[in-house]
Ligand binder design. Structure first.
Ligand code: NAD
Length: 256
């Protein structure tokens, strides 16, 4: 979609792929509503881009999300694209991972998506279409040791995204669910500061630009699942048909 004159709302726009997506769309002439809990990060994203408008918000707060989205639509116009990128990624062995933090991961990564979807999708459906992009993860398709909280939140995200897309089939909105392997963004450090599964070192992190490029390609082809990175789609297929073989390999690599 050529984005000149269009309106995009992006969560997690204060860092990483959300930031890059906001800046790319702004450079193409879109009006971008950049949402994040990190106001400093948002200011950094908007620096030098008059058409990036920042909206500090906690995506877990339903009332705040509803109010901000209403403000965005009033100020910027109907939404042509929504990208859900807000997330956190602390890892941990489930029984050693703080319960409140496990629940917080679900609340941000999945609950935030629910809030944004309920607040934005009606506007897109009413105005006749647009692109609705949801960031899941390869860990939302293939579980790995020590990623329980994050992986569970992304499995929930994948299921929600798939059902949402089918419930709105042929209603003008193009849906995409993005399932990257490790991507070079600040999120990786968050995980590395907790516990890092050795298996994730089997492939080096991919570049955020490559993820965003593939999203555009797949949207144009109306392909819902987006699997950036070499071998990611094959990994997904192998997991579906041979989960025991994958687990055997994971245990061997992790030494437990
Ligand atoms: N980086 C990776 O390795 C990787 C791999 C697969 C999937 N993903 C997914 O891609 C998406 C983008 O991740 P990224 O790598 O750009 O991460 P990032 O850490 O660079 O950006 C995530 C942003 O979400 C924001 N955020 C966190 N909690 C929030 C809240 N409660 N309300 C509003 N904003 C909040 C953070 O402030 C941050 O700016 C995420 O959904 C992530 O799960 C990332």
């Amino acid at each position: 979609m050529a984005f000149h004159g269009k309106v995009a709302l992006i969560t997690g726009a204060g860092s990483g792929m959300g930031r890059l997506a906001a800046q790319r769309l702004a450079a193409q002439g879109a009006t971008v509503a950049a949402l994040d809990i990190n106001e400093k990060g948002l200011q950094e994203t908007a620096k030098g881009h008059e058409n990036i408008h920042i909206f500090p918000v906690d995506v877990t707060n339903t009332e705040q999300v509803n109010a901000v989205v209403a403000q965005v639509i009033k100020q910027c116009g109907s939404l042509d694209r929504v990208m859900n990128a807000a997330a956190i990624m602390p890892y941990g062995k489930i029984m050693e991972h703080d319960t409140a933090n496990i629940l917080q991961v679900m609340s941000i990564n999945y609950g935030g998506l629910v809030n944004i979807t309920k607040a934005t999708l009606p506007n897109m459906l009413e105005s006749g279409g647009g692109d609705f992009i949801i960031f899941s993860s390869m860990l939302g398709q293939m579980p790995v040791l020590f990623t329980g909280a994050y992986s569970a939140s992304k499995f929930a995200t994948s299921a929600f995204a798939e059902i949402l897309a089918h419930e709105h089939k042929d209603q003008g909105v193009r849906f995409a669910c993005v399932c990257p392997p490790a991507v070079k963004t600040p999120l990786l450090q968050q995980a590395k500061d907790t516990i890092w599964p050795k298996i994730l070192d089997e492939n080096p992190p991919i570049q955020p630009e490559d993820v965003l490029d593939l999203i555009e390609t797949n949207l144009e082809k109306n392909k819902f699942w987006v699997f950036p990175g070499k071998g990611t789609k094959i990994g997904w297929i192998v997991r579906r048909f041979f989960p025991d073989a994958i687990w055997k390999h994971i245990h061997k690599v992790e030494g437990q």
